[in-house]
Design a protein around this ligand. Structure first.
Ligand code: SF4
Length: 402
């Protein structure tokens, strides 16, 4: 069989729901043409989501602190412990951010920070309980943070998650995955949790009945084979979650991949283009068919590539990103309000539907016209950043918590 015929055969079988082997996935990534990949991924998407609906969520990224001792080589967000650039959001600032989010029709906060060398389970339970007291979905703390809390608190990962859940943690985001192979992690984040540790946080959360999301950051030091291994590890874990729960309403709710922005930290790396993102997105849709939802990453790629992604296997536009700090600290971030998301989705040929974390439909509130935003937040909606006095300076806050 010629290579072209072999690729066509693999795509046909994937469209029919057959599982790709790692070698087949790699061949698609390396050799399949872009439009064939997109067409096949779209067929899979339409089988999983037959209606021409694209969902999105109104939520806010809240970065409670940037203090981190993982020193990932690609990260331009963190401040080392003891650095004068470190911050911890005060309770007043958190309150303001959450109340603004709710006033804007948001139903979730996505809250992450760094890995702090000293903060223990009590510190984090206080933080989560405070956020949950505003009656909002708390999607928070990535695997590296949870692994760190477990170590500092001398608890198992399962007990750590159980404590956080009891304090109000609703779900766990897939942050910190980057590429789930030891080779790639060794290249860019050697001090952060290993592949097995990242997966174990999600495994334990799934076992406790908690849903989580899966991510991939591509386009840095990884090889194509690493991307496939990453997808394979996620697929295996999702199978495990479904088998253990006896239902497909378990495990990862969604897969989200985005392209690394090499603006300054990993110098020497070239920026990759949208086609590389779209190729990987399409292969991920074909490979990872046991994860129902695929999100378009328009925050890093822009709304136009986001529209293309809707024809490369994505059924979801992710978040309106009322606020985004991590990507924007690398110098690249786009932002859209609900009406813009609706028009971007409509222009791509789909109907927009607001949703919650569980992909249940919600009635769009459209509270975020510029005038209404200004009215709610009391300042220019283009600048939702908080004034400097909203941040606790590190030494005092850390001392108070020790
Ligand atoms: S990516 Fe996350 S874990 Fe790594 S240095 Fe940045 S804040 Fe820390």
């Amino acid at each position: 069989m010629s290579e072209t015929n072999r690729i066509d055969d693999i795509l046909e079988r994937a469209i029919d729901g057959e599982r790709l082997t790692p070698d087949e996935g790699l061949l698609l990534l390396e050799k399949a043409d872009l439009l064939s990949l997109g067409a096949a991924a779209h067929e899979v998407r339409m089988r999983l989501h037959p209606e021409r609906v694209v969902t999105y969520i109104v939520d806010r990224n809240v970065n409670y602190s940037n203090i981190c001792d993982s020193y990932c080589k690609f990260c331009s967000f963190y401040a080392a412990p003891g650095s004068k650039n470190g911050y911890i959001l005060s309770r007043a600032a958190l309150k303001q951010k959450i109340e603004e989010t709710k006033a804007l029709g948001g139903n979730q906060i996505l809250m992450q920070g760094g890995t702090h060398p000293d903060w223990d389970i009590d510190w984090y339970c206080d933080l989560i309980a405070f956020c949950k007291s505003f009656d909002i979905h708390v999607h928070a703390l990535s695997s590296p943070e949870i692994q760190k809390i477990a170590v500092v608190s001398k608890l198992s990962v399962r007990d750590t998650i159980a404590r956080l859940r009891d304090a109000g943690l609703d779900s766990i985001p897939g942050g910190g995955a980057e590429i789930l192979t030891d080779y790639a992690r060794g290249e860019i984040s050697p001090l952060k949790c290993t592949t097995d540790e990242w997966l174990d946080v999600h495994r334990q959360a799934h076992a406790l009945g908690m849903r989580t999301t899966a991510t991939m950051m591509l386009g840095h030091r990884e090889r194509l084979v690493d991307r496939i291994e990453h997808l394979d590890r996620l697929r295996i874990l999702q199978d495990e979650a479904h088998a253990n729960a006896g239902t497909e309403e378990a495990g990862f709710t969604a897969f989200i991949c985005w392209l690394f922005q090499p603006t300054h930290v990993l110098s020497g790396d070239e920026a990759r283009g949208g086609t590389e993102y779209l190729r990987t997105l399409a292969v991920s849709r074909l490979y990872l068919q046991n994860v129902r939802n695929s999100q378009a990453s328009w925050v890093t790629m822009g709304p136009k590539v986001g529209q293309m992604a809707l024809w490369f296997g994505c059924n979801d536009m992710g978040s309106t990103m009322i606020e985004e700090n991590v990507v924007s600290s690398a110098g690249v971030a786009y932002r859209m309000l609900s009406p813009e998301i609706h028009s971007v989705i409509a222009a791509a040929g789909f109907r927009a539907q607001e949703r919650n974390f569980f992909y249940e439909p919600l009635e769009a509130q459209f509270l975020d016209s510029p005038e209404r935003l200004r009215e709610i937040v009391g300042h220019d909606p283009k600048n939702l950043a908080l004034p400097a006095e909203a941040f606790d300076k590190v030494p005092a806050s850390v001392a108070a918590r020790r």
